[in-house]
Design a protein around this ligand. Structure first.
Ligand code: PRT
Ligand code: ZN
Length: 286
């Protein structure tokens, strides 16, 4: 029988779109059908299972699927025995302690004797134990941010990304206890043939993720400014240099980190660069 990798992704929610987009960018096309639980890929030995995110760690650990795309926070909180195959760089967030705006907070010790509401009792308790803090952990399944206002808790411990939910509830973030992002996780009992498929998937994910942070840049420079412009370009050790039809000018091509690139555009222009083109890269095999 032909081997097929069983991959779980979130059915709907914050991870869903980005997980599907990653598979699509990896060149994997899913069969469109009526089935809501699973969809086979038509051009890769893969079957995608759509699950609630909380169920994914145990599905992976219990070998009901071979791998899953899931928040590192969910894996850590579940305590499920899964391997982190690749960090995927999306759904970045942090698990933080937040207090009401009037509350004083110096260090973890300030939490002694308080009641803390959270959906992450395990990660919170680990943080409290590590800091020898005695506090009451009050587990809630949602709307953690309203618990201080309604008198259910003194402070909260919740996921934060932009911080706007905390701000709109009059709360301030005082301590980050865990940093998370989406990961590709697998179980250690995976068969060798499925491990081979997982490695292929990981290879494609890496190529896609590397390309997301980088751009192909082309710019024109007077020949005497080539060295100066090259030195300014972040990460451009050995750019391609092509002579232009106009004497004394060259076109310089390189791959750069996009975030760093924007910081040097003004200096590039000041050094004589003209006609700067920034082009997306689809895949980057490193
Ligand atoms: O239905 P299902 O159980 O599958 O989904 P869910 O409702 O449990 O999870 P979902 O879809 O909300 O989140 C899935 C995963 O996304 C989380 O486990 C994290 O790994 C990741 N993620 C990234 C986040 C956030 N950012 C995030 N900001 N999950 C939740 N939030 C919430 C947070 O709890 C708070 O209520 O967003 C609010 C804060 O956001 P900011 O931007 O205002 O700070
Ligand atoms: Zn969930």
């Amino acid at each position: 029988m032909k081997s097929v990798l069983r991959l779980a992704i979130q059915k709907s929610g914050r991870l869903f779109e980005s997980s599907l987009k990653l598979l699509e960018d990896c060149g994997i096309e899913l069969e469109k059908g009526k089935a809501t639980l699973k969809a086979p890929a038509i051009n890769f030995p893969l079957e995608v299972y759509f699950l609630r995110d909380d169920d994914i760690p145990s599905y992976v650990a219990d070998n009901l699927v071979d791998a899953g795309i899931i928040g590192l926070n969910t894996v850590a909180e579940s305590g499920a025995q899964v391997e982190v195959v690749e960090r995927l760089g999306f759904a970045r967030c942090r698990l933080s302690i937040a207090v009401t705006s009037g509350q004083q907070y110096q260090s973890a010790e300030s939490l002694n004797g308080l009641k803390i509401a959270t959906s992450y009792p395990k990660l919170l308790q680990e943080f409290l134990d590590k800091n020898s803090v005695k506090a009451t952990v009050h587990e809630v399944s949602g709307s953690v941010e309203i618990t201080p206002a309604v008198g259910l808790a003194d402070v909260i411990c919740d996921l934060v990304s932009t911080g706007s939910t905390l701000a709109s509830n009059g709360l301030k973030e005082v301590e980050t206890i865990f940093r998370s992002e989406a990961i590709l996780a697998s179980n250690s009992k995976i068969t060798s043939s499925n491990l081979e498929i997982l490695e292929k998937l990981r290879f494609r994910c890496r190529a896609v993720l590397a390309a997301r942070h980088t751009k192909y840049i082309m710019l024109n420079v007077p020949n005497e400014a080539i060295a100066k412009v090259t030195a300014l370009l972040p990460g451009a050790k050995s750019p391609s240099i092509v002579p232009l039809a106009e004497p004394g000018w060259s076109s310089l091509h390189s791959v750069v980190n996009e975030d760093e690139f924007w910081e040097v555009t003004e200096s590039l222009k000041a050094a004589g660069a003209q006609g700067i083109l920034v082009v997306p890269i689809e895949k980057m095999i490193i």
